[in-house]
Ligand binder design. Structure first.
Ligand code: NAP
Length: 262
């Protein structure tokens, strides 16, 4: 199915690896021109080259920290009139005791999980509204909706981002600008590779064995981790021309770990 976004321009923040890269690739497959950001230049350049080689899309990599004002300026200078904005960051650390979180940690993860994404939204929505098309997707976390004591630096900032996005989406919907959130569970990303490889090294096992153990322990009904490219396709769907009536939603993509009737 053609999603009707060929020739649109997108900013994808946090796009050199994992879910952000999956989203960038899916948009490029739909003929979207991309500006991609990440802090590490080499991995970002590699991701951009991969996407160009597969899709032939126009891809501009910008190696910056998107949580800084300077980073945001450089990204927006490269793409001053985006039609699509997708944003993510690296997962905050696991298992921080809520009693030990200090001000510096709050500042860091509020910047990446709430304030930076909110600032991108604020800076881009009016242009989208004027041009009559805008699609914004925040890649956040299942812990935003289902609080978890191990995800204290991850869930709260993104729960606030979801709240902000829903409120903002109510203002923008009449101009065909939608703002939605995707809430991932466990996926085979660079961050997951790093985390489970570390555990495997400690236990003398393999990445695959530790993922398998985790799938059992958490009880993931799908029986596996998710694929970042599949996740990206869901993001592209939310960015499609036809998703004009999906407004202020938060979709959990977690293989069935968390389920409810409504
Ligand atoms: N993977 C999972 O199973 C899982 C589960 C639940 C929630 N999530 C959420 O999904 C999101 C993506 O996770 P992931 O696993 O895909 O992470 P990942 O594999 O670490 O990829 C994160 C991407 O964002 C970039 N990035 C991080 N901070 C940035 C910054 N300040 N400025 C610019 N680029 C930045 C990274 O590149 P640089 O490091 O070079 O900047 C990288 O390209 C996170 O919000 C995470 O909390 C993931």
């Amino acid at each position: 199915m053609d999603l009707g976004i060929r020739g649109r321009r997108a900013i994808v923040n946090g796009a050199s690896a994992g879910l952000g890269k999956g989203c960038a690739l899916a948009l490029a497959r739909e003929g979207v021109d991309l500006v991609l950001s990440a802090r590490g230049e080499e991995r970002l350049r590699g991701a951009a080259e991969e996407i160009v080689a597969e899709t032939g899309a126009s891809v501009v990599p910008i190696a910056v920290d998107h949580t800084t004002e300077e980073g945001r300026e450089r990204i927006l200078a490269a793409c001053p009139e985006p039609d699509i904005l997708v944003g993510t960051c690296s997962p905050p650390p696991w298992g921080t005791d809520f009693r030990e979180v200090d001000r510096e940690q709050w500042d860091e993860f509020l910047a990446s999980g709430l304030l930076g994404p909110a600032e991108f939204i604020r800076r881009t929505v009016d242009g989208m509204a004027k041009r009559g098309f805008g699609r914004i997707v925040n890649i956040t976390t299942g812990a935003a909706k289902f609080p978890n004591e191990n995800r204290i630096l991850s869930g709260p900032p993104r729960a606030a981002l979801a709240n902000y996005s829903v409120a903002a989406s109510k203002v923008m919907a009449k101009d065909n600008v939608t703002i939605n959130n995707l809430l991932p569970g466990f996926h085979h990303t660079a961050a997951a590779q790093e985390q489970f490889t570390k555990i495997a090294e400690k236990r003398g096992t393999t990445y695959e064995a530790e993922v398998g153990r985790w799938v059992e322990k958490v009880g993931i009904p799908a029986g596996r981790f998710g694929d970042p490219d599949d996740f990206g396709a869901i993001c592209a769907l939310f960015c499609s021309t036809y998703a004009n009536y999906i407004v202020g939603q938060s979709l959990v993509v977690d293989g069935g770990i968390t389920t409810a009737i409504f």
